[in-house]
Design a protein around this ligand. Structure first.
Ligand code: GMT
Length: 379
C-alpha cells in the first residue's frame, strides 16, 4: 500500500505513535509518506520506503494567523495525486481531520476518491476538541472520515459521549517496539544517579498541566522520607518551573534531577524502578507502556485508558486523581521489598508484550485495506 501519514512531528504521544507506525509499515514493505510541517522527531534516518513532505505556510503581512490547515490540505492534494497514495491516515483531529476532509473533496474533482482514516489520541477529544471553538468541525470531520480509530476503549466512550457521532469507531491500542524498548542494563549510569543503590523513580512527559507534575514531586517526597530514593524528571514543558520550585520548598533538590528532553529514553527507563503517572487525563498512557516494556512497574491515576494498560496490583497500582497519599503508599509497597519489586517488574514487562508492534500493526493494515476496498467498490 501507499500510505500518507499526517501528524504533529513533535515529542508528543500522537506524533510518536504516528511515526513508529509509519516506520513499522515501511519495514513491512509499504510505502509511507509523512506530510507534516517538520521532520518527525523519530524519523531521522534513511529508509527506501519512507518519504517526508514538508508543509510550508506562505507568510503574508495580512496573516496574523498563518493558515496552516489550508496549506496542509493543498499539500495533501499534491502528494496524493503525484505519489498516487491509496489511503490517508491522520493523527489528532485538529486540524488534521478537517484538512484531510477538504483535500478529499478537492481530489474528487480530479476523479480520485482517497479514503481518510482519523485516529483520535486524547486531548483532541478530551480537552481541545470539546471547546466550542472547535466542536462542530471536530464532530463533522470525525463523521466524514472513512474510518475512525481511538487508542483506548475509554477514549472511544468519551468521544461518543462528548460528540454526536454517527460513525463506527474502532479501538486500536497504542503499541511498543520491544526491540528498542528493552531493559538495557546500564550499570554505570545507575551508579552515577544512585551511588548508594537508592531506588530510582522516573516520570516522563511534556510537563503540561494535565500531567500533574507537582503531584509527582509530592508523591516522591513521601516515598523519599521512607526509602532512600532518587527521582528523574524527563521532558520539558510549562509546569517544569512549578515542579522545580516545589522541590526547593521541600528541600529535595539533591534527590531530584530534571533531565529535560531526552532521545534515548529507554536507557533512562532501564535503570529505573518505578514510573509515576498521576495525570488528570490520559487516553492511553504511552509513556507508561514504554516504561513497562523496560520492566518498570507503574503507579498511576485511574483515569481514561490507564486501567486498560496498568493492571491493579499486578503491573503497578492505580489511584484516584490527586490521591497523592494513596499513590505514595503504593509506591512504597512496591519499592520496599526486593522480591516484590522483581515480581512487579516482570509483570510490567509481560503486560507490555500484549502491545507489541507486531500484534497491533496488522490491525491497522487490515483497517486500511477495508477502507481502500470500500472506496473501490463505490467507484
Ligand atoms: O499527553 C499529551 O499531552 C500528548 C498527547 C498527544 O496528543 O500527543 O498524548 C495523547 O496521545 C498519546 C498517544 O496516543 C496517549 O498515549 C496519551 O495518553 C494522550 N494524552 C492524553 O490523553 C492527555
Amino acid at each position: 500500500m501507499k500510505i500518507g501519514i499526517v501528524c504533529y512531528p513533535t515529542f508528543g504521544g500522537s506524533g510518536v505513535v504516528a511515526t513508529e507506525l509509519g516506520k513499522g509499515l515501511a519495514s513491512n514493505g509499504h510505502q509511507v509518506h509523512f506530510i507534516t510541517y517538520s521532520q518527525p522527531a523519530r524519523l531521522d534516518f534513511f529508509s527506501e520506503n519512507l518519504f517526508y513532505h514538508e508543509v510550508a505556510v506562505a507568510q503574508y503581512p495580512l496573516f496574523d494567523f498563518p493558515p496552516y490547515e489550508s496549506a496542509l490540505a493543498s499539500k495533501l492534494v499534491d502528494v496524493v495525486r503525484f505519489e498516487q497514495l491509496d489511503v490517508l491516515h491522520v493523527h489528532y483531529a485538529i486540524p488534521h481531520a478537517s484538512a484531510a476532509y477538504l483535500a478529499k473533496q478537492i481530489l474528487k474533482t480530479y476523479g480520485i476518491d482517497i479514503p481518510v482514516i482519523t485516529t483520535l489520541h486524547g486531548t483532541d477529544i478530551t480537552l481541545v476538541g470539546r471547546d466550542k471553538s472547535f466542536k462542530p468541525v471536530v464532530t463533522f470531520s470525525i463523521n466524514e472520515s472513512d474510518g475512525v480509530t481511538t487508542v483506548s476503549d475509554s477514549l472511544k466512550q468519551q468521544t461518543l459521549s462528548f460528540f454526536d457521532i454517527s460513525r463506527e469507531i474502532k479501538v486500536i491500542p497504542n503499541f511498543i517496539d520491544l526491540n528498542r524498548f528493552v531493559n538495557k542494563r546500564r550499570e554505570h549510569f545507575k551508579k552515577a544517579i544512585a551511588p548508594d543503590d537508592e531506588r530510582i523513580l522516573v516520570h516522563t512527559s511534556n510537563f503540561r498541566k494535565v500531567k500533574n507534575v507537582t503531584d509527582v514531586v509530592r508523591i516522591f517526597y513521601q516515598v523519599n522520607q521512607q526509602i532512600p530514593s532518587k527521582l528523574l524528571m524527563v521532558g520539558d514543558g510549562p509546569e517544569r518551573g512549578n515542579a522545580e520550585e516545589l522541590c526547593r520548598q521541600l528541600e529535595i533538590c539533591n534527590d531530584v534531577r530534571f533531565l529535560g528532553k531526552q532521545d534515548a529514553i529507554e536507557e533512562i527507563l532501564s535503570v529505573s524502578d518505578l514510573f509515576l503517572m498521576p495525570s488528570s487525563s490520559e487516553s492511553f498512557g504511552l509513556a507508561a507502556l514504554e516504561a513497562m516494556a523496560c520492566g518498570v512497574p507503574v503507579v498511576s491515576s485511574n483515569t481514561g485508558g490507564l486501567p486498560e494498560l496498568n493492571v491493579q496490583g499486578v503491573t503497578g497500582f492505580l489511584s484516584d486523581i490527586g490521591d497523592i497519599e494513596g499513590m505514595a503508599q503504593h509506591a512504597i509497597h512496591i519499592l520496599e521489598d526486593c522480591d516484590r519489586l522483581e515480581k512487579f517488574k516482570k509483570a510490567a514487562y509481560q503486560r507490555a508484550t500484549d502491545f507489541e508492534l507486531s500484534k497491533i500493526l496488522p490491525q491497522y493494515e487490515e483497517y486500511y485495506q477495508q477502507a481502500i476496498d470500500h472506496a473501490k467498490n463505490l467507484a
